[in-house]
Design a protein around this ligand. Sequence first.
Ligand code: KG4
Ligand code: ZN
Length: 358
Amino acid sequence: MIVLGIETTCDETAAAVVERFEDGRGKILSNIILSQVSEHAAFGGVVPEIAARAHVEALDAIIKRAMAEAGRSIDDLDGIAAAAGPGLIGGVIVGLTTAKAIAMVKHKPLIAINHLEAHALTARLTDATPFPYCLFLASGGHTQVVAVLGIGNYIRLGTTMDDAIGEAFDKTAKLLGLGYPGGPHVEKEAARGNATRFALPRPMQGRKDADFSLSGLKTALRLEAEKIAPLSDQDVADLCASFQQAVVDVVLDRLRAGLRMFRARYGAPSALVAAGGVAANQAIRKVLHRLAFEVGSVLVAPPLELCTDNGAMIAWAGAERLALGLVDTLEVAPRARWPLDEIAAAKGRLMTKTSAYK
Ligand code: KG4
Ligand code: ZN
């Protein structure tokens, strides 16, 4: 089964072709990503209007490259998958409409994918991870702990009450005059800083639930920085180190609570799966390894290019759904908001391959 996947929910224009074999294993035939980071860098964050226009300009060529690199033609495809949300609506419209156009003209099944579901299923593409597993998704837009029980069967165990973890890294970097995206800069500065110099809070620590809160931490950091301004290079490094340590402690505590909830409800997870750009952070990865070990499980952290936004994860989620006959009609709407655990409830919108395309 060969599926094209299109991803345009944020600032990456991506298309990929993935093959799924009968035994459930997958293979990436091509995975093309065009990052818009340089177009947004001057603004210290993603500008939705710029992103949407950039997707329109780039997407056709990116799809063409993905097909060429895979050595397949559109006629060879068994389905066209696109991220239908959640994300910046202008970009989502571009990707989903393009997928609909191809599906309509070529009479191929359309699979509208929830972007978070695609992150959740990537571990099955890379490591054939069996259900159930515990997903920790931490990116610029999301911070979630999810029990992944089956295709379309996701239970959110925890989420952030305010900022996403990646967003907190980005805001910290902006405050300290470092570049965008902030995560890698903060991590680099933290490596030469003193993590104990500033006493920053560990929000939500000790709570039974698995929810996060990052905005208080960010505010505390700003107040510390204002107190000692103007900042020397060492001040910046110490602030980054103290911030990163606080995040690591928060992840340890909150995810430990999430894993406890997981075990109580579903038994031992087959793996702790990391996804999202924040998983690139070495200090956070270390703590994830420790947590997986604690629950007698393993950490599955897909390679970085598959942890961050990409087309292969959309194509793969499309292939997993298509294999079950879960396809969508051309009426499916793009969604700015689309919580993961709504997917099971929305099964009514799904039609079988035959009924939708006869
Ligand atoms: O998954 P991703 O590429 O895009 C989405 O947000 O969907 O994640 C990007 C986020 C940014 O907020 C970035 O600052 C953060 O991941 N990030 C990091 C690191 N590398 C990227 N955060 C902490 N440490 C890093 N090394
Ligand atoms: Zn993402």
